[in-house]
Every structure is written in C-alpha cells, then in structure tokens.
Design a protein around this ligand. Structure first.
Ligand SMILES: Nc1ncnc2c1ncn2[C@@H]1O[C@H](COP(=O)(O)OP(=O)(O)O)[C@@H](O)[C@H]1O
Ligand SMILES: [Mg+2]
Length: 443
C-alpha cells in the first residue's frame, strides 16, 4: 500500500476524552472513529488488525474442532422469552420493533439462537459432541461505555457453544476451549491468565475468565505469579480424543480469581513471593452451564437407552474488538504502538527520506515490489512529508519493521532497517535487508 493513496488520518494529539493509552493511540493512529457513545467506525488500519485477530481466533477454534457458522445480529424476542431471559436482561438489551410490530432485539449474545438451530436438526446422541461458533457484532447498551473498544456498546465477539450428552462430555468440551484459549492469546503476544470467575446472568457452575494484566484493567485480580509466565501448550495436541485435563489442572491447581470469586484467606495463605495482586482486562470468558437453556427450550436428544435427554451446554466468548485495546495496553512505548508481528496491520513500513530523488525513489520501488512479491504486507510512505514526521508516524502505527531509504545511504549503497520493538537499527545493502525481510516470515 502506498501511503499517498491510503486513508490514514493520524492525529498529533489524542482527543481529551480518551483516558487510557490504548484508546488514545487507536485514535491517534487513525484506527477507529467514534460515531456515537461506544459505537465506532473501523478505519482501514484498525480493520486490518481486527481482521488479523479474527483470523487467529478462527484458526484456533477450527483446530479445536469447533465449526463456524454465522448467526444474525437481529433476533426474535420470542426466542428469548422461551429461555426466560427476555425480561431478565434489562436495559442492556437494545429492543427493536419492526413494521409489523414484531418484537426484535440486537443480539447481546446468542445462546437462544444457537439452541434453536441445534434443536431443529440434532436429535440423537450419535451426532454429539458439537461445538458451533460465530464471530459476529454484538450490542449491549452498556451504562458506561468507555475506554474506546474496551467497553463498547457495539463490539465484535467470537462466541462458541458446545453441546454434549452428559457432564463428562461437557467437561471435555470445556477443556478443549480452555486450552484453545491459552494458545490463541499466546499467538497474539499476550499473557492471558485463566481465573475462576463468577457465572453472572448466564448461570452455571464452571467458569473461567481469561485476563490480561494491565494497570488500566477494569477488574481487580489475584493470582499465583507462576501463572503469568506459564507457556501455552501449543497446537500439537490430540484435540479430539486426547485428555486435556492435565493441561487444565496444571493451571487451575494454582490460585487465580477475579474480584467476585476472590477468597482473601486462601490467597493470603500463599507465600508472599507467590502472590500477585493486580488489575486485569477480561479478554475471554468460558462457561459450562448444563441444561440451563436446553431444558426450557427443549433441546433434547435421544440417548443410547432411547430416552430423551436435554443436552449439556457451554458457551465460550472472546472479545475480538476488545483485544486490540488489550494488546496495545500490553505493548506500546512513548512513541506509539508496538504490534506483535502476528497481528500487525502491515509487516514492514518503507520510509523514503527524500521523495522525488531518483535514486531514493528507485530503491524504494525495488523494495516495495520485492516485499509484496514475497507476500509481505507493506506500507510505503511515498509522501513528501519531512523525514521526522515520517518516523513519528511509523513509530505511532507500530509496524514491526521500518526500512529507511535516504540519499546519503543510497550514495554509499546502503539502507537502514529498524526494529520497532527493540529500537535497534542497522545499516546494510538493500539486497541483504530484503533478503532478511523476505525470509523471516512473521508467525
Ligand atoms: N462492552 C463490551 N465491549 C467490548 N468487549 C466486550 C464487552 N462486553 C464483553 N466483551 C468481551 O466479550 C467477552 C464475552 O462477554 P461476556 O463474558 O458475556 O460479557 P461480560 O463479562 O460483560 O458479562 C468478554 O470476555 C469480553 O472480552
Ligand atoms: Mg464475562
């Protein structure tokens, strides 16, 4: 992409109502624009990151055996009356009436819809287990939308739903999602700690929140220090028949709880050096809730003994749009965002220090074409802005690599390559720099 033809409305100053650094940086980097309280337009740079995060989530769900579908944003009120949640959900639900006076709503979550889809087609235990997921916009009329995409009213969520014959099967489905979450957050460069959580209005007895530690997090959290650095298990597991319980146990054996579930006495019994009390951002939340929906909504299957039994269900959310904020909170400096390579909007930024200089232009064109041919996402700053301004923009938008081409270097046959994260720069011939950038493919 050539910057001269792109749409990157960067701001020098963040609007004063942006309180936390991720919100400030997303606005300054031209990633989002607020259209109404808690409702954002995703500008091209922001959309690129959103798409990359969505794709990582999708790959890890698919790997764990979940099946993607797409449910509507607009749902029928009557379906929510069947589960009993229509009135319970309260003011957070955006209620809509159509021209026929039919009551609709903008889905804040999709347990009812997915249960309706399930019960229409699945009748036998032989078709279980199943895990159906979608990545779809949700709306919750939050009382206090704030911190940009962190607590929006309209937000992008991955929500998966598992269906099993019995509690043992449900536990296995829960474990698959638990382990998949460890991997998917790690792929985005995040250290997300699973913590025992309150089940809230969704109900049930088994629930974990996945929490990224950050000073600006909305919740107080308490955990054993070892959980923070514990490496993710990685993709090479038997997702279908393997026993994932040991991986889950290794984590759940250590203390970790959100404020609502916190037990001061148990926590204080840990050696002081193991205790971590911090603030955190909830990036994912998993629940197992048995027959809470299947019973009232009559989602039953025929069991091996011929009896009809309501299915055991679980639901598993990831805050896809919130993750942009969480990643920036975890990875930035005074100059701006530092994207992990796996979610960066572009892999490389080319800075032409003297646009219009024939030698500089030619070297940049060579680099731009070679990188694109190698499958890299490249943003070429071919504008006639000053070098200092170009550097500031590159640092702000946080691309992992900057390739800097200036007249002095070109006269000597060299260019500069800068790593955004470490700040390290080195000088080498264009060929060797391109060689390095085209070989070390990002994750
Ligand atoms: N208002 C919101 N804005 C952005 N992301 C949200 C919002 N509410 C929830 N999420 C994300 O969706 C995930 C699943 O939501 P859920 O646990 O059902 O919501 P809550 O924790 O508010 O009850 C959360 O872990 C979070 O990452
Ligand atoms: Mg939650």
């Amino acid at each position: 992409m050539r910057l001269s033809r792109y749409f990157l409305p960067v701001l020098k100053e963040a609007p004063s109502d942006a309180q936390i650094v991720s919100h400030q940086l997303m606005l300054r980097a031209g990633m989002i624009r607020q259209e109404a309280a808690g409702i954002y337009a995703w500008l091209p740079l922001g959309l690129r990151v959103l798409n990359k995060i969505e794709q990582i989530v999708r790959e890890e769900m698919d790997r764990a055996g979940a099946i993607e579908l797409l449910m509507p944003t607009i749902q029928l009120a009557d379906l929510w009356r069947e589960s009993g949640r229509y009135d319970d959900y309260g003011d957070e639900m955006l209620r809509i009436t159509d021209r026929h006076k039919r009551e609709l709503l903008f889905g804040p979550t999709a347990e009812e819809v997915v249960t309706d889809i399930f019960r229409a087609s699945i009748k036998s235990y032989k078709d279980l287990p199943k895990n159906l997921y979608n990545i779809q916009w949700k709306f919750r009329d939050e009382r206090r939308p704030r911190f940009g995409v962190m607590r929006g009213r309209e937000f992008f969520m991955k929500d998966a739903y598992s269906f099993d014959l019995d509690a043992d099967g449900a536990r296995k489905s829960y474990n698959r999602m638990f382990v998949a979450y460890l991997n998917l957050f790690a792929r985005m460069g995040l250290k997300a700690v699973p913590m025992r959580a309150d089940t809230g209005p969704i109900g049930g007895d088994l629930s974990h929140e996945f929490i990224v530690l950050a000073e600006t997090g909305e919740s107080a959290v308490f955990c054993h220090k070892d959980l923070v650095e514990m490496p993710a298990p990685g993709p090479n597991l038997d997702w279908i028949n393997g026993d994932l319980q040991p991986i889950v146990n290794q984590r759940t054996a250590l203390y970790a709880a959100t404020e609502e579930m916190h037990d001061e006495a148990v926590f204080n019994a840990l050696p002081e050096s193991d205790r971590l009390s911090a603030r955190g951002i909830e990036v994912g939340h998993i629940f197992s809730f048995g027959t809470k929906y299947s019973e009232p909504m009559k989602a039953t299957v025929q069991g091996p003994d011929g009896q009809q039994v309501p299915v055991q269900m679980g639901s598993y959310g990831v805050g896809v749009s919130r993750l942009l904020g969480a990643i920036i909170e975890a990875s930035h400096d005074d100059g701006g965002i530092i994207w992990p390579e796996s979610v960066a909007p572009f892999d490389v930024g080319i800075v032409n220090m003297r646009q219009g200089d024939a030698a500089c232009d030619a070297a940049c064109e060579t680099a731009y074409n070679a990188l694109k041919a190698a499958g890299r996402d490249v943003l070429y700053d071919d504008t006639d802005a000053r070098g200092g301004a170009k550097f500031a923009t590159m640092d702000l938008i946080g691309l992992p690599w900057q390739l800097i081409v200036g007249p002095k270097g070109i006269a000597e046959g060299v260019v500069e390559i800068k790593n955004r994260k470490t700040g390290e720069r080195h000088t080498a011939s264009l060929e060797s720099v391109l060689d390095g950038l085209t070989k070390s493919k990002t994750a």
